[in-house]
Design a protein around this ligand. Structure first.
Ligand code: HEM
Length: 422
């Protein structure tokens, strides 16, 4: 089994979560990049949409929010204005509103601020690995990749450790709202829209709303002003404060975005070590490779497969007219495999330089706030992993998440060979 085989026939329906349950349809992306880079797709689930698949186009659209706006929704599904208002966070806004919210949070998520977490991350990695690696075979997603981001998120947002498993279950129900392994309310199979005012159309959103409200009240009562939750509630330069509903939605965004994406990057990295066994020796040899490994692993995994924009004016692209109001999918999963930018893109190359991947939405105003935390977690986890493991192999079939929005391996059975410690 190799890690780079795509199984789709080159004509996959990009709106279908079932397609992605068999892995990212890279053959389809390859065809679209080559033959139809501004591809219009009709959709039975809502309004049709454009698919942008070339790195250059995704990059340019992402950089131009005045034409490709985030303020009308960021997922494929259509939303009424009422739903948009009820569910939005600053991620679904454009400048100047977006800039003002982001300014408040930037320092809390900056590279130097995140670097302060390195010792804690290492401590958690060592604890997880020393426990899990006592077994020869295990599910690497569940036992390793799921654990680290969950615990770190708790530290960053300041939630009690005892609540973390519950929070992560709810976060999964939001992000993986199309996979029956993670939610009873599979979004594309629902016959009602009872939860249309909740984040991700999910009842878990309601539970997270109540939790966020209570957490904030407790923090205010105890005078706890630490962390990002306090920062986002501070007035901006014009004295505006975010509403209660925006605050609750921001909390849901962190619980959802801060967990799954890092988890599936870690799982993707372990999958790559199984499929390309030379990587583990390269990492163990150490050196400069560590400066680049997190970016390459995250490029290769691309957990956020796309984000949507909406055209604010008619725009010509590759001889076609994208009309004002049209939905436009920026397929990061395809941009990250564009051979015009990445040599041998289907392989993990730990020496890749430069690495202009777009996994974090680079180039645009919404570039991931959690990027430095995620990269640090990936590097430290693998540093500790290769100290302890000399070989890791597939131990059964791995399974992909049923989602066209979050790309990830939800089950990764592996068998390890422990390294003789020096
Ligand atoms: C490997 C892990 C991660 C990946 C691949 C990832 C991916 C992304 C992407 C692609 C965006 C841009 C969305 C857009 O263009 O609309 C984004 C935004 C965001 N991410 Fe991440 N993310 C990761 C980890 C995290 C973590 C750990 C956190 C928080 C602790 C986080 C919080 C956010 C927030 C708050 C935004 C919204 C920023 C804005 O709209 O200005 N992410 N992320």
């Amino acid at each position: 089994m190799t890690v780079w085989t795509a199984t789709d026939d080159g004509f996959a329906d990009l709106s279908s979560h079932d397609v992605f349950a068999n892995g990212t349809p890279h053959n389809t992306f390859e065809r679209l990049r080559r033959d139809d880079p501004a591809n219009w797709q009709e959709w039975s689930g809502g309004d049709g949409f454009w698919n942008l698949t070339r790195h250059a186009d995704v990059w340019t659209a992402n950089k131009n929010p005045q034409i490709f706006s985030s303020a009308r929704g960021i997922r494929m599904e259509d939303q009424s204005y009422e739903e948009y208002l009820a569910r939005r966070t600053f991620q679904e806004t454009d400048a100047p509103e977006h800039t003002a919210s982001r300014r408040k949070l930037f320092a809390a998520f900056s590279k130097p601020m995140m670097a302060k977490f390195e010792d804690q991350i290492r401590e958690i990695c060592v604890e997880i690995l020393d426990r899990v690696l006592e077994e020869d075979s295990f599910d690497a997603t569940r036992m390793i990749a799921r654990e680290l981001p969950m615990r770190m998120l708790g530290r960053v947002i300041g939630t009690p450790d005892k609540d973390l498993p519950w929070l992560v279950d709810k976060g999964d129900a939001l992000m993986a709202n199309t996979d029956p392994d993670f939610t009873d309310h599979v979004m594309d199979k629902l016959t009602t829209s009872d939860f249309r005012m909740m984040p991700f159309n999910s009842p878990a959103g309601a539970e997270l709303y109540s939790y966020a409200q209570k957490l904030m009240e407790d923090k205010e009562a105890s005078g706890d002003t630490n962390g990002v939750l306090h920062m986002i509630r501070q007035p901006d330069e014009d004295g505006n404060v975010i509403s209660e509903s925006e605050f609750r939605n921001f909390f849901c965004l962190l619980v959802a975005a801060g967990n799954d994406t890092t988890r599936y990057s870690l799982a993707g990295g372990i999958q790559a070590l199984c499929g390309q066994p030379e990587l583990i020796d390269q990492l163990h040899a150490g050196g400069e490779i560590w400066d680049r490994m997190a970016d390459e692993v995250i490029r290769w995994a691309t957990p956020a497969t796309y984000f949507r924009r909406t055209a604010t004016q008619d725009t010509e692209l590759h001889g076609k007219t994208i009309r004002e109001g049209d939905k436009v999918m920026l397929w990061f999963a395809s941009a990250n495999r564009d051979p015009n930018i990445f040599k041998d893109p289907m392989r993990v190359d730990l020496t890749r330089r430069p690495n202009q991947h777009m996994s974090f939405g680079q180039g645009g105003p919404h570039v991931c706030l959690g990027m430095w935390l995620a990269k640090l977690e990936v590097r430290v986890l693998f540093e500790e992993f290769v100290k302890r493991v000399s070989k890791v192999e597939f131990d059964g079939e791995y399974q992909f998440l049923r989602s066209n929005f979050v790309g990830g391996i939800k089950k990764l059975p592996v068998r390890i060979t422990r390294r003789q410690r020096d």
